[in-house]
Design a protein around this ligand. Structure first.
Ligand code: FES
Length: 367
C-alpha cells in the first residue's frame, strides 16, 4: 500500500530508518523551498505564479437539479438546468459531464437526453454500494433544487460516419447510446441496438426505446434469454458497420477480442470512465511544491490517484489522457510522457498526471 509523506511522518523518530538524501535530492528540496517562499507564500505570489491554464474544453458551471427520476432498480436520472433558465451549451451524442459532488468527489456521466433540447441536461447514475461512494452520494443527497457544479460537456466517444451502426449496450451503458440512436433515427441512417441486462427491472430507459421499431431494438435480459453470446451479436454487424459498445468491462473486453477474430478491419468504439490500467509502472515520488508535501505513487496506480489522496479537489476528467484537464506544470524531474495530446513544447514544462509518470527519480510539480 502506498502512503503520503504526511502519513509516514506520523510514525515516531525511533521507528524511522536513517536516510541520507543524495546531493540531487537536497538541491531539489532547496529549490522547492525557495519556490514555495517566493511563488506560493510571498505577498507577490498571486502575481508571480498562476496555475497553468488547461485546455479550454468545457468549464465549471453551477447548475440546479430540476428533477430526479427512478429509471430502474438502483438507477436514477437527473435533469439539471441553468439557474437563470437559459439554454445550456450544445453537445453531440457520446458527450459526458463531470459532476463535482458536494463532497468534492468528481464523477463522469454520459449525457443521455436529447441533444436538440438545450433547456436541460440529463444523466443517469446506477447506485454501486461497493464503489467509492460517488453514486451513493448522487442517490442519497441530490434532490430537486440542489445546486451542483458540472464541467463540460466533453466528448471522447463521438459518432463516426459509417454505412450502418450496431449498438450494443449493457445496463447503464445504454446512456451514451440513447442520443446516438436519436441522431441516427433523425437522419434515417441504418442502425440496430442490442440491449443487454440482468433483467428488465434493472434496465433503464426501456420506455425511451419503445418509440423505435422492434426490428431495430432487441432487448436481451439474461433472466429471460440466458447469458448473451457476444461473438454472435458482434457477427451480426454488416460489413462496414461501426460497432458501438458501452457496458461492463468484461463485455467490452470480449467484444474487442471477437471483433479482431471476426472482422479485423471493423470499427469498434467503446467507452470507459475508469482509468486505464498502469503498464510497466515503477514506484516514484512527486513533491507538491505549493503544499510542501511529497506523495508516493505506487507501481500500479496513477500519479493522479496518488495526488488525489493529498489534494482531493485536483482537476481531472477523462483519466485517459485525452482531455488535458489534469495537466500540471513540472518544476523539476524527468517525465515519462505517456499521452498523445501534449505538444513537444508543452511536454517541456508540464505533464498529464492521469497517465504520465517519472522517467526515473522524483518529480516536483506546481500543486
Ligand atoms: S484527466 Fe483527461 S487528460 Fe488527464
Amino acid at each position: 500500500m502506498t502512503m503520503t509523506t504526511s502519513d509516514r511522518s506520523a510514525g515516531s523518530d525511533s521507528d524511522t530508518p536513517h536516510f541520507e538524501p543524495s546531493r540531487v535530492l537536497r538541491l531539489v528540496a532547496r529549490a522547492t523551498v525557495a519556490y514555495r517562499h517566493v511563488f506560493a507564500a510571498s505577498r507577490a505570489a498571486p502575481w508571480l505564479s498562476r496555475p497553468k491554464p488547461v485546455r479550454n474544453w468545457g468549464f465549471d458551471r453551477d447548475l440546479i437539479v430540476a428533477e430526479v427520476r427512478t429509471e430502474a432498480a438502483d438507477v436514477v436520472s437527473l435533469k439539471v438546468v441553468s439557474p437563470d433558465g437559459r439554454d445550456l451549451p450544445s453537445w453531440i451524442p457520446g458527450a459526458h459531464l463531470d459532476l463535482i459532488l458536494p463532497s468534492g468527489k468528481q464523477r463522469q456521466y454520459s449525457l443521455c437526453g436529447d441533444p436538440d433540447d438545450l433547456s436541460s441536461y440529463r444523466i443517469a447514475v446506477r447506485r454501486i454500494d461497493t464503489g467509492l461512494g460517488g453514486s451513493i452520494e448522487v442517490h442519497d443527497s441530490l434532490r430537486a433544487g440542489t445546486s451542483i457544479t458540472v464541467r463540460g460537456p466533453r466528448n471522447a466517444f463521438p459518432l463516426v460516419a459509417a454505412d450502418s451502426y450496431l449498438f450494443v449496450a449493457g445496463g447503464i451503458g445504454i446512456t451514451p447510446i440513447l442520443p446516438m440512436l436519436k441522431r441516427c433515427h433523425d437522419r434515417e441512417l441504418p442502425w440496430r441496438l442490442v440491449y443487454l441486462g440482468r433483467s428488465r427491472a434493472t434496465m433503464p430507459f426501456l420506455d425511451d426505446l419503445a418509440r423505435y421499431s422492434r426490428g431495430q431494438v432487441e432487448i436481451r435480459p439474461d433472466d429471460e434469454l440466458g447469458p448473451p453470446d457476444i461473438a454472435g451479436i458482434v457477427a451480426t454487424a454488416s460489413p462496414g458497420a461501426a460497432v458501438y459498445m458501452c457496458g461492463p468491462t468484461p463485455l467490452m473486453t470480449t467484444a474487442r477480442r471477437v471483433m479482431r477474430e471476426i472482422d479485423p478491419t471493423g470499427s469498434l468504439h467503446t467507452e470507459r470512465f475508469s482509468p486505464l490500467p498502469v503498464a510497466d509502472g515503477r514506484e516514484f515520488e512527486i513533491h507538491l511544491a505549493r503544499r510542501g508535501t511529497t506523495v508516493s505513487v505506487g507501481p500500479d496506480e496513477t500519479a493522479l490517484a496518488a495526488i488525489r489522496r493529498e489534494v482531493p479537489g485536483v482537476a481531472y476528467s477523462c483519466q485517459q489522457g485525452f482531455c488535458g484537464t489534469c495537466r500540471v506544470r513540472v518544476l523539476a524531474g524527468e517525465v515519462d510522457h505517456r499521452d498523445r495530446i501534449l505538444t513537444h513544447n508543452e511536454k517541456e514544462d508540464s505533464m498529464l498526471i492521469c497517465l504520465s509518470r517519472s522517467a526515473g527519480g522524483s518529480l516536483v510539480v506546481d500543486l
